[in-house]
Design a binder for this molecule. Structure first.
Ligand code: ADP
Ligand code: MG
Length: 321
């Protein structure tokens, strides 16, 4: 990949919390500095970088805080779009400071990079997206049937029995169309800033008579990262997670790491059921969509192997074809 190439990085949950972490403030900073190092390595190699990230665990935590606040102090809970905005501020701030401090340490700011900025990002979804009729994404705490019924009456929340027992709130996961702030993101990237945006897949909004309006839903961060990378005509979409490769027959004795595959091979394996719906599935779909929409390469790799992945030495790359 040429110097100056634009890379959209999608960080997964392990960018903020590694296995076994309690999720203390110290844990967040330690992990953010590791993630920041990944970004710095790419900057040192003259790549330009846009960062997006997930927020599943953090939205879950905010939902727990709100549930407790309601129960103990009768503090009204906020809506899910507002909770999403909270996580973008929370995680954006941490990443933004960690990346900035690392850039400063290496004398890369403002010489190579102008600065680091987080954008509260709204992502447009269709008001008639079929997902709204079939909420599938579990969020927040587990409740008894009685509690769930009460909350469902009071806040119009939808509950479903959780396979692990109890009842949990479910929300729709509509398909992202475009980031409302995409022009501002593009301008800042062109000006030489590292932009952190689309956190948690972006805050889902619909467009109506009165303008934009947040909805009670969550967007998959990998699918949103594809929209971002496609809109910015990025040279690569780099999805960083906690496994080094995408595997066939994952978790079995017959597991086989994939290194280089075409979009049609990826789709074939997808249809054969090799990738779990809530985890690897959306990453594969995002990678396929990116190369089908004009992107040259999407790579799924481990958080600590970003540079190796861009050199073709690690991770699973998906190319057109
Ligand atoms: P992230 O927070 O990075 O999005 P996810 O947990 O959503 O992480 O997705 C990564 C996980 O996907 C891996 O830890 C692994 O358990 C799971 N996974 C499911 N199917 C596969 C597969 N075929 N190959 C590799 N990992 C897979
Ligand atoms: Mg995920």
């Amino acid at each position: 990949m040429r110097p100056g190439s634009l890379i959209v990085i999608a960080f997964g949950g392990n960018a903020f919390q590694s296995k076994g972490d309690k999720g203390t403030v110290e844990d967040y900073w330690r992990n953010a500095y590791i993630s920041a190092n990944t970004v710095i390595k790419l900057i040192e190699e003259d790549y330009r970088v846009v960062v997006t990230h997930g927020n599943g665990p953090q939205v879950g935590i905010i939902a727990e805080w709100m549930a407790l606040g309601l129960k103990e102090k009768n503090i009204p809970p906020m809506s899910l779009d507002i909770a999403g905005a909270m996580t973008q501020g929370w995680l954006g701030y941490i990443l933004q400071q960690a990346i900035y401090n690392k850039l400063r340490e290496k004398n890369l700011v403002p010489s190579k990079v102008k600065g680091v900025v987080t954008i509260i990002t709204q992502t447009l979804v269709r008001r008639d997206d079929p997902a709204f009729k079939d909420p599938t994404k579990y969020i927040g705490p587990w409740y008894s049937r009685e509690e769930a019924e009460k909350l469902s009456m009071e806040f119009k929340w939808v509950f479903k029995p959780d396979p692990r027992g109890g009842y949990r709130r479910v929300v729709p996961s509509p398909d992202p169309i475009i980031q409302v702030e995409i022009d501002a993101i593009r301008k800042l990237v062109d000006e030489g800033f590292i932009v952190i945006c689309g956190g948690g897949g972006g805050i889902p909004v619909i467009s109506g008579n009165k303008g934009l309006q947040g909805v009670e839903a969550v967007i998959d961060k990998d699918l949103d990262a594809e929209r971002l990378a496609t809109a910015l005509r990025a040279d690569a979409l780099l999805i960083l997670t906690d496994v080094e490769y995408v595997y066939l027959n994952y978790g079995t004795e017959k597991a086989k790491a994939l290194t280089h595959i075409t979009a049609s091979e990826a789709l074939k394996y997808y249809e054969e059921g090799h990738f779990k719906p809530g985890s690897m599935g959306p990453k594969i779909l995002a990678a396929v969509r990116f190369v089908q929409n004009g992107g040259k390469i999407a790579i799924i790799a481990h958080l600590s192997k970003a540079l190796e992945a861009l050199r073709g030495e690690s991770g699973t790359s998906i190319v057109p074809g």
